[in-house]
Design a protein around this ligand. Structure first.
Ligand SMILES: [Zn+2]
Ligand SMILES: [Zn+2]
Length: 97
């Protein structure tokens, strides 16, 4: 019996130290939209992903420029969940998560 798979930690609206470090690590990457700009913020995708634990899962974020981030929220939708899942796997592989 896999007990770990059944335990869902409680959602914390404030990112943990580890999650914050992951966010900083992500902002070293270019904006996820492909504009080539340097990311300065992380975005919680509005689109859901099956591996996502909560709507604002701090392990499910994408690096963005402030400008592109504002555009996504003005639009009210995105297709960034798969990017966030891929980046999360990279974060796990790098020992960040
Ligand atoms: Zn962009
Ligand atoms: Zn956002």
């Amino acid at each position: 019996m896999n007990l770990t798979g059944r335990i869902k930690p409680k959602y914390n609206p404030t990112p943990t130290k580890r999650e914050k470090a992951y966010h900083i690590w992500l902002t070293n990457l270019p904006c996820v939209c492909g504009c080539g700009g340097q990311a300065t913020v992380v975005h919680h995708p509005l689109q859901r992903h099956p591996e996502q634990r909560w709507r604002r899962d701090h392990e499910f974020v994408t690096p963005m420029t402030a400008h592109c981030h504002n555009k996504v929220h003005a639009k009210g939708s995105d297709t960034l969940a798969a990017d966030a899942a891929w980046l999360r796997q990279r974060g796990i592989a790098a020992g960040m998560l």
